[in-house]
Design a protein around this ligand. Sequence first.
Ligand SMILES: [Zn+2]
Length: 120
Amino acid sequence: MTEIQYSITFRTPVSIFNGLSIAGLVDRMVMRNKEGLPYIPGSSVKGRWRFFAERLLRTNGLPDGLKIHGKKDPQCKDVVSACTLCKLFGNSAIPATLFISQAELDDTKKPLYRALLKQN
Ligand SMILES: [Zn+2]
């Protein structure tokens, strides 16, 4: 297994939806860890990476050895013949080989957020 550290820098405000909100009453919630610090679920990060990976693969051509399923096929169904995108990110028929943990604040910013939370 190869572990890769990643960081995300936002240029605009961010809102992550968790799907647990009550329709019409609460439409935006901040995902928080057990300390109350905001985080982004790994599944959300993975979904965005898949979206942009597919977009890049479809617009810039494929490097040798990589393949992607046809536009009319929403996903590959057989693990042996699956395209690179489906093998990496998985789908309802194929388990993913890429696992992404949640994105948390970097350690330099956590004290500031803890202080803000303490002040409510
Ligand atoms: Zn595929």
